[in-house]
Write a protein of this length. Structure first.
Length: 430
């Protein structure tokens, strides 16, 4: 049996239908599942109306496939939902270069989420914290009811921590953390339920008043790590040799480490990739954003999420470690038909693996961005792709889009007014 490979040469040259067919074969999609990618089926108005409030319709975004990904020796095709041009291409190209160095290696911690319970009106927060710690085993027994699905699957509350805050603007405050192994769920519902279940017991122990009972999106106990090596020889361009490109990428990376103004844009590029996979798989990209940016500030200064360095052989190495609160069960991952189809293409069997793949995508997207910035500049490739959106916004019919794009790129004049003028001129000629 031939081993499947995500290294698909010239995939971008395939027709849309042929690309969809490759993804369908890779994921073993039925014709009905494949039709969700074409917008022929998928999320219905009725489904949408049951998902959120005040529904008036359905909003569509493109779904693309990033190729060339090899993670811990296994190949993956990565579904990505995003409206910004160049992201899918950058991820695919970077994954191709990383593949030359052996692909991505990944690890992650257990899927631990944190529930927070805020207790007010406690005269002595330190004494109250000590009293709670003395009752930890009994409190865990309260939480780990054997009737709960997450407990039967081997998850559940694993420990309880206390965080006293004295003399805040609203007085003494004791915050209790419940650390919960959520298995293959994102975990919000399970964690929030446990926080609410424990609240009256905490009031009884401390004599205080519970206010908030809610998960934390700063999932610093649920980390995924990706590492890669890129041979210098594959990074060379027409203008720079590979060694020079490695040095320039490292310089760009250190810029983001020391300067929060640069770090914000650097990290936005990382999240371009991660968010696109989160949306494709029905995961909560806002939660991922919140956790990632909080983690980037854990030292007290906002800094780069990634690290890049030159190793002793002169090759480039990179690492990305982030909180990855994602799930493969429940929520939109199961209720959205296109997300279900995307998950079949992705072929991951656990939330742990999904998070690991997502940090690989973030690292690949980061490499693509800083490699371009440190060599040809970001506009060279990005603006050529952006020109298509400008042509479409100008009302260009499909048969004229490529011609208008080529003219604007050759002129270096990618503007809406120029695109409109070209639409008028070329439509008159045809």
């Amino acid at each position: 049996m031939t081993k499947k490979t995500s290294r698909i040469s010239g995939f971008y040259k395939y027709s849309l239908v042929d690309r969809a067919a490759v993804a369908a074969q890779w994921g073993g999609l039925s014709s009905h599942e494949q039709s969700t990618f074409f917008g022929l089926t998928g999320l219905s108005l009725e489904d949408a109306n049951n998902m959120i409030e005040n529904v008036i319709g359905i909003y569509s975004l493109p779904i693309g496939i990033a190729t060339n990904f090899q993670v811990n020796g296994r190949d993956y095709l990565i579904p990505m939902v995003v409206e910004e041009p160049s992201i899918v291409a950058a991820c695919s190209n970077s994954a191709k270069a990383i593949r030359e160095g052996g692909g991505f290696s990944v690890t992650s911690t257990d899927p631990m989420m944190i529930a927070q319970v805020q207790i007010m009106d406690v005269p002595n927060v330190w004494a109250a914290a000590k009293a709670i710690q003395a009752e930890e085993d009994a409190l865990l027994d309260v939480l780990n009811d054997s009737s709960l699905t997450i407990v039967r699957l081997g998850g559940g509350a694993k420990s309880i921590e206390t965080r006293p805050f004295e003399d805040t603007r609203v007085g003494n405050m004791l915050v209790v953390h419940i650390l919960v192994d959520v298995r293959d769920a994102m975990g919000a519902n399970a964690v929030n339920t446990m926080a609410e279940r424990l609240a009256p017991h905490l009031e009884s122990i401390t004599g205080g008043r519970v206010n908030l009972r809610i998960l934390s999106n700063y999932a610093d106990q649920r980390l995924a790590s990706a590492h890669c090596k890129v041979p210098a020889k594959v990074l060379g361009t027409d203008d720079y040799d590979g060694e020079t490109v490695v040095d320039r990428i490292v310089e760009a990376a250190v810029f983001a480490e020391v300067d929060p103004y640069r770090a914000a844009t650097h990290n936005k590029g990382i999240m371009n990739g991660i968010d696109a996979v989160a949306i494709a798989t029905g995961n909560d990209w806002r939660a991922l954003e919140a956790g990632a940016h909080a983690y980037a500030s854990r030292s007290g200064q906002y800094t780069s999420m990634s690290e890049w360095w030159k190793n002793d052989q002169g090759d480039l190495e990179g690492r990305l470690v982030l909180p990855m609160a994602v799930g493969i069960v429940g929520g939109a991952t199961k209720s959205h038909p296109t997300a279900r189809a995307a998950m079949k293409v992705l072929q991951v069997g656990s939330a742990k693996l999904l998070g690991e793949i997502m940090v690989c995508v973030g690292l690949a997207q980061n490499l693509g961005a800083i490699r371009a910035l440190a060599t040809v500049g970001i506009q060279s490739g990005h603006m050529a792709l952006h020109a298509r959106q400008v042509a479409m916004a100008a009302g260009a019919p499909n048969h004229l889009i490529n011609e208008i794009v080529n003219i604007m790129v050759s002129e270096g004049n990618i503007r809406l007014d120029r695109a409109k003028a070209l639409v008028q001129k070329l439509s008159g000629q045809s």
